[in-house]
Design a protein around this ligand. Structure first.
Ligand SMILES: C[S@@+](CC[C@H](N)C(=O)[O-])C[C@H]1O[C@@H](n2cnc3c(N)ncnc32)[C@H](O)[C@@H]1O
Length: 177
């Protein structure tokens, strides 16, 4: 589902250790970026093992070294949960800048469940997740899309009301935002 409808030049933003490699579409040229050399080291190991054709680069998603309109599609999985509130919009602005007009951005993220029992469990779990990964379940990334020049096309929950897939596209008037 993450790569549904995506082909051509693709960006995996916050590629981590490369857990998305097995799902890369064949007819595509994928670039993976990450801030962490250690994560990229493990991604290179996985790339060798799986024989994945991916260009891995050390880069900050908020200051990417790509020209405007470089990618037909962008995916990010559990990147925005590790970005603080003040970094949500700048990161989305960069994704918008490097995405071609008409391109698609898929963002897989956590949501804090509305179910009382699941919500309680997530709140109890949250301090450990923050300590271990700097991650949070309640980043509300979709709230920053419009200000970043993106339109929300679809929001779909994939597991309970905890894992959501956001589909966004650069707004037609993004350059005037
Ligand atoms: C929770 S991991 C997810 C990794 C991978 N996408 C996955 O689903 O397995 C978040 C990743 O985002 C990377 N990251 C955090 N801040 C970043 C930034 N500003 N620019 C690029 N990558 C960043 C981290 O180094 C980490 O590899």
């Amino acid at each position: 589902m993450l790569f549904e409808g995506l082909r051509g030049d693709l960006l995996d933003a916050g590629v981590g250790t490369g857990r998305n490699f097995p799902f890369y579409p064949e007819a595509s040229k994928v670039t993976g970026i990450d801030l962490s050399p250690a994560m990229l080291g493990r991604a290179r190991w996985r790339k060798e093992n799986l024989g994945t054709a991916v260009d891995l680069r050390e880069m900050n998603v908020m200051e990417m070294d790509f020209a405007d309109d470089s990618f037909d599609g962008i995916i990010s999985t559990f990147l925005f949960c590790v970005l603080d509130a003040e970094h949500q919009q700048p990161a989305l602005e960069e994704l918008c800048r490097v995405c071609r007009p008409g391109g698609t951005i898929h963002i897989l993220e956590y949501a804090l469940s509305e179910n009382p029992w699941r919500r309680l469990m997530m709140k109890l779990w949250a301090p450990w997740v923050h300590l271990a990964y700097g991650a949070a379940f309640d980043r509300h990334t979709e709230q920053y899309l419009n200000a970043a020049g993106l339109d929300l096309v679809e929001k779909k929950f994939l597991y309970k009301d905890i894992i959501k897939l956001l589909t966004a596209k650069p707004a037609a008037d993004r350059d005037t935002n």
